[in-house]
Write a protein that binds this ligand. Structure first.
Ligand SMILES: Nc1nc2c(ncn2[C@@H]2O[C@H](COP(=O)(O)OP(=O)(O)OP(=O)(O)O)[C@@H](O)[C@H]2O)c(=O)[nH]1
Ligand SMILES: [Mg+2]
Length: 244
């Protein structure tokens, strides 16, 4: 969270991580921001990280998956430009929960909110994700990842990519969006590993690029709704525009 505490910058846009407890939301954010996989404690409430992306400030909200914090979810989603729906590839239940418990929390997000479906812990089911250690970072983390390469440590994958793609379609349907007008499922469903770093940068940086138009739109609307007090009045004053 160092970047967020250095200076108090106003975020231009918000991205929210949602999903059941234990799927690895906090670990994904740690991996991206601190370049390592470290011990976590179950999140209480929520926390955010501020990312500078070019000239823009993007806040990424890590929410608590625990049932007792469920009520806070829609508050965190208010005005969100993007939501990352996260499940654990080794847990079918965590996938089911996304639709049962979390999707309705996004009702408060922007109407043109972008969705990504993310299956984390790919290292547990996929030898490629197990071996991956992008950019040679976190060397202290590389060794445990390499040691766990034996195929005996692979677990049964409970949620496949096709399931994620199907869920993406149902999310768009729930939001009343036309699939043809939206970003394609193939590019919005990711399998990641916070442990090895597999696909983590790709996930976050794809989302950052995708929310930029939303920032520009917001700025544009802001400018258009600003009253220029210096500008000469052209029309007649209407009754509604007069405060007397
Ligand atoms: N093998 C593996 N374990 C992971 C991965 N991501 C997270 N974990 C582990 O899963 C557990 C839960 O991770 P968290 O990041 O705390 O999960 P969370 O989704 O933030 O959970 P809540 O804060 O309770 O909602 C921890 O023991 C992590 O070490 C991953 O990619 N691979
Ligand atoms: Mg957490």
């Amino acid at each position: 969270m160092a970047e967020s505490t250095k200076k108090l910058k106003k975020p231009d846009v918000k991205i929210v991580l949602l999903g059941d407890m234990n799927v690895g939301k906090t670990s994904l954010l740690h991996r991206y921001t601190e370049r390592k996989f470290k011990d976590t404690v179950s999140t209480v409430g929520g926390a955010f990280f501020l990312k500078q992306w070019g000239p823009y400030n993007i806040s990424i909200w890590d929410t608590a998956g625990r049932e007792q914090f469920h009520g806070l979810g829609s508050m965190y989603c208010r005005g969100a430009a993007a939501v990352i729906l996260t499940y654990d590839t080794t847990s079918w239940q965590s996938y089911v929960e996304l639709e049962d418990r979390f999707l309705s929390l996004t009702d408060t997000a922007n109407a043109d909110c972008i969705f990504a479906i993310v299956g984390n812990k790919a290292d547990l089911t996929d030898s490629h994700a197990q071996a991956s250690n992008p950019e040679g970072e976190g060397q202290e983390e590389a060794e445990p990842a390499r040691l766990s390469l034996s195929s005996s440590s692979l677990q049964r994958k409970q949620v496949n990519r096709e399931d994620a793609i199907a869920l993406y379609g149902r999310v768009l349907h729930y939001k009343g969006l036309d699939e043809k007008a939206c970003l394609p499922a193939e590019s919005m469903c990711f399998e990641t590993s916070a442990k090895t770093g597999y696909n983590v940068d790709v996930l976050f940086e794809t989302m950052f690029d995708l929310v930029v138009p939303s920032i520009l739109k917001k700025r544009n609307e802001g400018e258009n709704s600003t009253v220029d007090l210096e500008a000469p009045s052209t029309g007649k004053r209407t009754k509604a525009g007069c405060c007397a």
